[in-house]
Design a protein around this ligand. Structure first.
Ligand SMILES: Nc1ncnc2c1ncn2[C@@H]1O[C@H](COP(=O)(O)OP(=O)(O)OP(=O)(O)O)[C@@H](O)[C@H]1O
Length: 337
């Protein structure tokens, strides 16, 4: 478990003090995949780098598996850091070393006998699916393969925590997906707690259990990913999730609507129940879909539909009340009554 308490990080610059992290407290449970989201400059990297003390916090405490890292120095800190792996957007592989040598290099600190170290390297290569590339140099690898080496290297010393600093931001969408699936597999099979920072909500949607949204060094909202996607509270969270669960209908289409236009959101199992079909049948209204999608977040459906609804005003009111009664969230976008 990671417990961050009242953490602040200030940077002294020629122009004065810049606050990177401003009094953040967060708990990441063991075995969880936790996403930290925010725009550039929000303080994500500063916070992540404080977790393994790559940056020393100005104030506050960081407990990893019960140990307060801020109290450690020298050898004690080095040993504690071995339990925290990290991967980076730009991989940082050693270009003069082969894939196997890059991974073996990370094992140096553990001082394993050569036979054991070699065996561990082979295990790690298998785990990340790169056994065939063991003797190849980084320049001969694709971005996704480089990140696989980065992951193998980060796992070398059997960490309990893996920190991911924009690990997929330099990759194309398909490669991103394959790396995220590998991270999820590592999380599940090795029970490694993962903390990742990203500005891409698709990354969060794909693998995170919980998330925090940062702005100006502070955490402004946190919670279960599904809850935040379905019921965001702050404008910033709404803005971020709109990149995944939102859509715009072209103005001419909306202008051509003669009835009311409503946005209907369904959560969980409700999404599959055919509420809209029942509504149209039971209340003598006509429904015309303008847009719609069902997103699966943490394997739970979240449905969002935009539809034009026509009929007698009292029937439309009753239809909306009926949908809300069945758990849908209905917002009237255009009142044609
Ligand atoms: N080494 C540093 N020296 C001075 N200021 C810094 C330093 N590192 C970060 N900052 C400042 O701290 C604030 C938070 O930066 P940080 O890099 O943590 O944000 P971020 O959300 O990770 O952004 P990005 O995604 O662009 O990296 C910014 O105002 C940034 O300019």
């Amino acid at each position: 478990m990671i417990s961050i308490q009242n953490l602040s990080k200030d940077y002294k610059t020629k122009k004065g003090t810049v606050t990177g992290v401003d009094n953040v407290s967060l708990t990441v449970q063991e075995g969880e995949v936790f996403g930290i989201v925010g725009y550039s400059g929000a303080g994500k990297s500063s916070l992540l780098r404080c977790i393994n003390l790559l940056e020393r916090p100005t104030s506050g405490e960081i407990f990893v598996d019960g140990v307060d890292l801020t109290k450690l120095k020298g050898e004690g800190l080095r040993q504690a850091r071995l339990k925290i792996g990290m991967i980076f957007q730009h991989f940082y592989l050693i270009s003069q070393k082969t894939v196997a040598e890059n991974i073996a290099f990370a094992l140096k600190a553990a001082n394993l006998p050569k036979v054991q170290a070699d065996k561990r390297v082979e295990e790690l290569l298998d785990m990340v699916g790169l056994a065939e590339k063991r003797d190849v140099y980084p320049a001969q690898l694709s971005g996704g393969q480089k990140q696989r080496v980065g992951i193998a290297r980060a796992l070398a010393n059997n960490p309990s925590v893996l920190l991911c600093d924009e690990a997929t931001s330099a990759l194309d969408p398909n490669t991103t997906l394959s790396i995220l699936r590998l991270l999820k597999k590592i999380n599940r099979e090795l029970n490694i707690t993962i903390v990742l920072i990203t500005h891409e909500m698709n990354v969060v949607k794909e693998i995170c259990d919980r998330m925090a949204i940062m702005q100006e060094g502070r955490v402004i909202e946190e919670g279960e990913v599904y809850e935040l996607f379905s019921s965001p509270k702050t404008d910033l969270t709404k803005e971020f999730i709109s990149s995944v669960v939102s859509f715009d209908v072209p103005a001419p289409i909306l202008a051509a609507c003669t009835g009311s236009v409503i946005k209907v959101q369904f959560k969980g199992a409700v999404a599959g129940e055919g509420i809209i079909t029942d509504t149209v049948q039971n209340f003598d209204v006509k429904g015309n879909f303008l847009h719609g999608s069902i997103e699966y977040i943490q394997e739970k459906p979240l449905g969002l539909f935009l539809m034009e609804i026509q009929g007698r005003p009292d029937n439309i009111h009753r239809a909306i009340t009926y949908m809300e009664g069945r758990g849908a969230n209905v917002e009237v976008i255009l009142n044609g009554i």
